[in-house]
Design a protein around this ligand. Structure first.
Ligand code: AMP
Length: 117
C-alpha cells in the first residue's frame, strides 16, 4: 500500500507542490500551523528516522539543501524558520513516510511547551 505522500509524489492525490526533483518532493501542508508550512519528503518510502540506513545519507543531506532552497523561495530564509521531524508515537507522527516540516512566517514560540509535572 502506497503512503498518502507517495500518492502525492506520483500525482495521484492533489497537493500544492513547491519543489520536486528525482530524490525529494516538497508540498504545502494541508493543515498549516504557520503562514509557511511545507513538508519535504523523500520520493522513496522511509517510515521514519528509526528506519534510515547509512546508504541514505546523501538523500537525507539533500533534504537540507532542498529546505534551504524552499526557505529562500518562500521568502523566510532571513526571518527564520523551524525544521521538525516527528518520529513515533510520543512525537505524534501521523504519516509513516519520513518528512521534514519547514515552518515559518511568524514568531514560532517555544519548541516544546513545558508541561507542569
Ligand atoms: P506528522 O504528524 O509529522 O506525521 O505530520 C503529518 C502532516 O501531514 C500533518 O501536518 C498533516 O497536516 C499533513 N498532511 C496529511 N495529509 C496531507 C495531505 N493530503 N496533503 C498535505 N499535507 C498532509
Amino acid at each position: 500500500m502506497a503512503t498518502i505522500f507517495t500518492k502525492i509524489i506520483r500525482g495521484e492525490l492533489p497537493a500544492t507542490i513547491v519543489y520536486q526533483d528525482d530524490q525529494v518532493t516538497a508540498f504545502k501542508d494541508i493543515h498549516p500551523v504557520a503562514p509557511v508550512h511545507i513538508l519535504i519528503v523523500p520520493n522513496i518510502e522511509i517510515p521514519n528516522v528509526n528506519s534510515v540506513e547509512p546508504e541514505q545519507e546523501a538523500l537525507l543531506g539533500h533534504m537540507f539543501t532542498v529546505a534551504r532552497k524552499v526557505a529562500e523561495q518562500q521568502g523566510i530564509a532571513q526571518s527564520g524558520y523551524r525544521l521538525l521531524i516527528n518520529n513515533g508515537p510520543d512525537s505524534g507522527q501521523e504519516v509513516y513516510h519520513l518528512h521534514m516540516h519547514l515552518i515559518g512566517g511568524r514568531r514560532l514560540g517555544p519548541m516544546v511547551v513545558r508541561r507542569e509535572e
